[in-house]
Write a protein that binds this ligand. Structure first.
Ligand code: 4NP
Length: 165
C-alpha cells in the first residue's frame, strides 16, 4: 500500500509573480492549517523576479479580504535553490511553475532526498486534481474569484490528507 506523506513542517507556495496566486495561497494555507491544529511554517515565492519587494496585487488583496484573508502585508520574493534546503514541501500553482522549480531542483548537486518534495498544488484535490490554478493577472473579477475557490479547495485537500495520516 502506498503510504501517505505525513504533515510537513514547512510548505512553500510558488507561482510566477508572487503577487496573485501564491500570496493568497499562503494565507489560505496558514488559516486552514491553524484551524486543523497543524503546526506548519508557510511561505510563498515567485519563479520570476519581476515583482520582488512588492505587496500583493491590489485585486488579489481585495478578493482575498472579501473571503476573510488579509494579505496586504506580504512582500514578494523570488524562489531560490536554498528554498529546497529550507522547506519540506514546495507546491507549484501551475505546470509551468512546476517545470521551472524542477529545473532549479535538478541544478542542485546534493542528493534529492535531502531536498524539498515538489508537487502541483492541485495534486491532492479530488475536484481539481492535476489542473493548474490559472494565472489571473490579465483576467477579471471572475478569474480572481475562481482563483480563491481553487486555492481553498486544493489547500483543504492537502490538510485533509495530513489529518488522515
Ligand atoms: P501570479 O500572477 O503568478 O499569480 O503572481 C502574475 C503576476 C504578474 C505577472 C504574471 C502573473 N506578470 O506578468 O507581471
Amino acid at each position: 500500500m502506498l503510504m501517505k506523506a505525513c504533515t510537513p513542517s514547512s510548505v512553500l507556495l510558488v507561482c510566477l509573480g508572487n503577487i496573485c496566486r501564491s500570496p493568497t495561497a499562503e494565507e489560505v494555507f496558514r488559516q486552514q492549517a491553524a484551524i486543523a491544529g497543524l503546526s506548519i511554517k508557510v511561505d510563498s515565492a515567485g519563479t520570476s523576479d519581476w515583482h520582488v519587494g512588492s505587496a500583493p496585487d491590489a485585486r488579489s488583496q481585495r478578493h482575498a479580504k472579501s473571503h476573510g484573508y488579509k494579505i496586504n502585508k506580504l512582500v514578494a520574493r523570488q524562489v531560490s535553490a536554498n528554498d529546497f534546503r529550507g522547506f519540506d514541501l514546495i507546491l507549484a500553482m501551475d505546470s509551468q511553475n512546476l517545470a521551472d522549480l524542477q529545473a532549479i531542483k535538478d541544478s542542485i548537486t546534493e542528493s534529492a532526498d535531502s531536498l524539498a518534495t515538489l508537487a502541483l498544488f492541485s495534486e491532492e484535490d479530488p475536484t481539481y486534481c492535476g489542473s493548474d490554478v490559472p494565472d489571473p493577472y490579465k483576467g477579471d473579477n471572475d478569474d480572481f474569484e475562481e482563483m480563491i475557490e481553487r486555492i481553498e479547495s486544493s489547500a483543504q485537500a492537502w490538510i485533509e490528507s495530513w489529518k488522515a495520516c
